[in-house]
Ligand binder design. Structure first.
Ligand code: GLY
Length: 581
């Protein structure tokens, strides 16, 4: 269906019928991610090699680590291990070996695309009562701070998997830059110093957290070297012994002892049984490009595919900004409704992915969009719905052979649980809050969940992380962003800007907007809309809400016509770095 300005009065019967269709309760499909049936021409693999490499990450020391490994003969996957491990040291407020990541990899030699799921899992003894106050209200402290908030980390196992199955260098070689920085020290950037200052009260609750982050009783000082010797030793153990260096033996014992001494419930069996997994990514074709993105336990790829399938029936480029934003917001609203209702860990729940990813389902959703008028979220039936902050981190890599790595990594909220396990240097995540811990109550991102995302031992909590590849005949891109629930919409907008022909620099600098079904407002980066567009959107029934911060997106693009790579880091983050070598 093509949008036409004349298509302004939709018969209410059609509207209601399509609402019923879109809310159909048919939970027919199995949980396996499926490729959306191609609605446009199949996209060819890039035929040539770039001959040079590019890395974009949120910290220049991590970008340098990736380039160092590439210069030593490593491929994009070795570089990804180096960048992720280095971010654990230099950007611990966003990600680390005490957290987890999701990655989409493209291997150039055979066109193999794979999703690496290194998401945390709930410990076997997880008890929903631990996240309730005595009066039954949600206990935000246990959900977000201390050992009860931490899932079993996935990042070490994910790095081992990538190095062993996809890398060219040894794990020890790829971890070397991170170990060097942790052991010899580095100068923390302003964002890390501010994160530590902001979380000082909670860091002081645990001796090992205070020892690591407040070395002289206060946050690290500008210009002064900061060392993390315990994390250096833990990284060395992983480099020497792979998974056994973290999930078994002395490190595992220290982790479990520290967690249990502080009131947590991890066991050695939880760590031993953790496995990073390879899954089939979600693929969706849009305007001649193939988008390869994250399947559950991320909600991101399903939502992005659903939104693109809805938008594929409109000619967005022919519309003014207000009408274009209207259609994108309505597509976001409908995708997030489904996100809240259906999605969870594919190893535990059956999800109607065939339905959610179907172009026919998107047709029904598209018909329910009122031209020139917002659909109140309360009018879209659903079975159950903020400060996004800017934690989590994303980096993008393309190497000289055309291998691509999109990696989004997280400890969840800023500085995760703020709990460091004594003797390990490992800052634990607070990913348990990404479960629907208390039915009907939103998490820190304002997201509601259903039983599909209820906590269970060994289950992965739903994520918004959306590392993505966009592959076209003329250009390709590696793209992703942090931002809690706004990850999905920021990555979607980045994909749309790329397909519109924008450069890596333009994509990362773009102002952004977000809608997540509930709350029923459009979050807008200040300056995104001029007065006339804001007035048009308000007249259509939208509530616009100025919000900061946005980003931090890191994008690498490859122009197949010129064979040129480009790397850009979000200008909202001064210490980010995109480099080509
Ligand atoms: N912890 C944020 C996410 O995974 O979506």
């Amino acid at each position: 269906m093509i949008f036409s300005p004349r298509w302004s009065v939709l018969p209410s019967r059609v509207f209601l019928a399509s609402l019923l269709f879109t809310c159909g309760a048919a939970l027919a499909a199995d949980g396996a991610p499926r490729t959306t049936p191609a609605t446009t021409t199949a996209v060819a693999q890039p035929a040539q090699r770039p001959g040079h490499s590019a890395v974009a990450s949120a910290n220049f020391l991590a970008t340098d680590a990736g380039l160092e490994i590439l210069a030593k003969g490593g491929n994009a996957f070795d570089a990804a291990v180096a960048v992720a491990a280095t971010l654990s040291v230099v950007e611990p407020e966003s990600s680390g070996i005490g957290g987890g990541f999701m990655a989409v990899l493209h291997r150039a030699k055979d066109g193999h695309n794979v999703f690496i799921d290194a998401r945390e899992t709930a410990p076997a003894a997880v008890d929903p009562k631990d996240y309730l106050n005595p009066d039954g209200t949600p206990n935000r402290d246990s959900a977000l701070k201390g050992p009860l908030s931490a899932g079993i980390p996935g990042e070490p196992a994910g790095l081992v998997l990538i190095a062993e199955r996809y890398g060219k260098l040894s794990l020890a070689q790829s971890l070397a830059p991170a170990i060097r920085l942790a052991r010899d020290g580095f100068k923390p950037d302003p964002r890390l110093r501010e994160a530590i200052a902001g979380q000082q009260k909670d860091l002081l609750r645990w001796a090992a957290s205070a020892a690591k982050f407040l070395p002289d009783g206060k946050p690290p000082v500008e210009g002064k070297l900061w060392r993390d010797p315990d994390q250096a030793k833990t990284l060395e153990a992983i480099a020497a012994h792979g998974n056994d260096g973290f999930y078994r033996g002395p490190t595992a014992k220290k982790l479990v002892d520290a967690v249990r001494a502080a009131g947590g419930n991890w066991t050695l069996a939880d760590l031993e049984s953790y496995q990073a997994k390879e899954r089939q990514p979600i693929s969706v074709d849009y305007r001649g490009y193939r988008i390869i993105t994250a399947p559950p336990p991320s909600s991101g790829g399903v939502a992005i595919a659903e939104i693109l399938n809805i938008l594929s029936g409109f000619e967005l480029e022919k519309l003014d900004q207000a009408h274009r934003v209207h259609l994108i917001v309505e597509a976001m609203r409908r995708a997030f409704r489904d996100h809240n209702d259906y999605l969870g860990d594919p190893d535990f729940v059956k999800m109607p992915l065939d339905m959610l990813l179907s172009p026919f389902y998107a047709d029904g959703l598209r018909q329910s969009i009122l031209p020139g008028k917002a659909t109140p979220s309360s009018m879209l039936p659903h079975r159950t719905a903020r400060d996004p902050g800017m934690h989590t981190t994303h980096f993008s890599i393309i190497d000289k052979d055309g291998n691509m790595a999109a990696v989004t990594s997280t400890v969840n909220y800023i500085l995760g649980s703020t709990f460091v396990a004594e003797g390990t240097g490992v800052l634990l995540n607070d990913e348990m809050d990404d479960f629907a811990l208390v039915p009907g109550k939103p998490n820190v991102y304002g997201l509601l969940g259903s039983a599909a995302n209820a906590p269970e031992g060994g289950k992965r909590m739903l994520s918004s992380m959306s590392p993505s590849l966009v592959i076209g005949a003329d250009r390709s891109a590696v793209i992703g962003s942090p931002g809690g629930s706004t990850i999905i919409t920021q990555v979607l907008e980045g994909i749309l800007h790329f397909i519109d022909g924008e450069s890596a620099q333009q994509i990362v600098a773009h102002k952004r907007f977000h809608h997540q079904f509930l709350p029923d407002v459009v979050d807008v980066e200040p300056g995104m809309f001029d007065k006339a567009t804001s007035a048009d959107l308000t007249a259509m029934g939208y509530t616009l809400n100025d919000r900061k911060p946005w980003g931090f997106m890191n994008v690498v693009t490859w122009d197949h016509r010129t064979n040129k790579l480009d790397a850009a880091s979000d200008p909202r983050r001064p210490s980010g770095s995109g480099r080509v070598q």
